[in-house]
Design a protein around this ligand. Structure first.
Ligand code: NAD
Length: 354
């Protein structure tokens, strides 16, 4: 029997992975540690317990809290301040102490127990200015990358791991990149095993979407509860594009990585739905209208938000080649599932999503 510690285990991704790991790896003990900073994370505690996951109320900024989890064989590091806007209009102290200092504590915990570590990083490690310089055309409902890109690691398929890292990327992205670097040093110096997954936009039910993070759920929730929405930046037309990855698809990849840690250790992968699972805000609005039957007014703010980019698509060719993993969930079915989840839990979710 192995013990798996999922940090940020009451969050959207952490709770989904913790429950899935418990379900699929029946011999393993799964512990979810979370300080419940994210609003709505507390709703996941009964769901974790129902699934047989142990919940530990703790903070990765405190090494003693990690010690409470005891010896572990694997850490899945999902705790974070996950907003790219964090630190812009307030102190970045929490962001840095959690996303960097806290990750170092997780690495130390891994070193102490010779545990493996899977790190949830982000596409935001790629710098903003080169992403903004991507060549794209404006179609009727979205921006679309062209195939004649000057930047290495960029094509109509999206951004690959070969994209240059020189430039600034937001403090969120910087704390994640620093953590990646430290993780790789820990793997090398202490002969640990680990993998870095640079995730694009993740979504699915039980994501507590808010204005600065979790846009797909926010969009769906506004169409159900009402409330303001705005197309912000790049002319305010809602043509910015992201690829989505359903958290179930991420779980399949994580399960594979756990089973193949020796072969994959040290790898860094771009993980996302790819071009086939991409959507613009405008298209998201149309889908939300269709699925919920509600149309709402959407405002327009032409000027860009800091660190924003017009289009991000994950080129996941590398991880697909190495593991055979391919995202299976599409935009529409993911959105339908999210809308059904909100409707089924309308009252409980109202204080958080409405
Ligand atoms: N959701 C996405 O689209 C996305 C995309 C790329 C990367 N990621 C990464 O995936 C991971 C999970 O993100 P998420 O979407 O589940 O976010 P989330 O906010 O739902 O989950 C993060 C959890 O970490 C907890 N947490 C925050 N600070 C903590 C601390 N100091 N100690 C212990 N727990 C703490 C929060 O309470 C929350 O439950 C993060 O590392 C994030 O950066 C997410």
């Amino acid at each position: 029997m192995a013990t798996i510690l999922v940090t940020g285990g009451a969050g959207f991704v952490g709770s989904h992975l913790a429950r899935g790991l418990r379900r699929e790896r029946t011999q393993d003990r799964v512990v979810a540690l979370d300080n419940l900073r994210r609003r709505g994370a507390e709703l996941n505690i009964p769901r974790l317990r129902e699934a047989g996951v142990e919940f530990l109320h703790g903070d990765i900024r405190n090494p003693e809290d990690l010690d409470e989890a005891g010896p572990v064989d694997l850490i899945v590091e999902c705790s974070a301040e996950p907003s790219v806007l964090a630190g812009y209009d307030a102190s970045p102290r929490y962001l840095v102490n959690t996303n960097l200092g806290g990750t170092v504590n997780c690495l130390e915990h891994a070193r102490k127990h010779a545990a493996a570590i899977l790190f949830l990083s982000t596409s935001r490690v790629y710098p903003v200015a080169p992403l903004n310089a991507a060549a794209y055309i404006e179609e009727e409902t979205r921006f679309a990358l062209t195939d004649d890109q000057a930047m290495p690691g960029l094509s109509a398929r999206g951004v690959s791991e070969a994209f240059p890292l020189e430039g600034t990327r937001s403090l969120y992205g910087a704390t994640k990149l620093c953590s990646e670097l430290l993780l790789r040093e820990y793997l090398e110096m202490y002969s640990l095993r680990g993998v870095v997954n640079r995730c694009g936009l993740l979504t699915g039910p039980w994501q507590m979407g808010k204005v600065d993070q979790g846009v797909v759920v926010l969009w769906a929730a506004r169409h159900i509860y009402g409330g303001p929405l705005q197309y912000i930046g790049y002319g305010g037309q809602g043509k910015q594009v992201r690829d989505l990855l359903h958290v179930d698809d991420l779980l399949r990849l994580i399960l594979y990585q756990i089973d193949h840690l020796d072969a994959l250790s040290g790898e860094i992968f771009n993980v996302g739905g790819g071009a086939a699972v991409s959507v613009s805000l405008r298209e998201l609005t149309a889908l939300c209208q269709e699925i919920t039957g509600n149309a709402i007014d959407i405002g327009s703010e032409p000027s860009n938000r800091p660190a924003d980019i017009p289009i991000y698509i994950t080129d996941h060719s590398r991880v697909t080649k190495r593991t055979g993993w391919i995202p299976q969930r599409g935009v529409r079915d993911t959105l339908e599932e999210i809308c059904a989840w909100i409707r089924d839990n309308r009252e409980a979710l109202a204080p958080i999503l409405s």
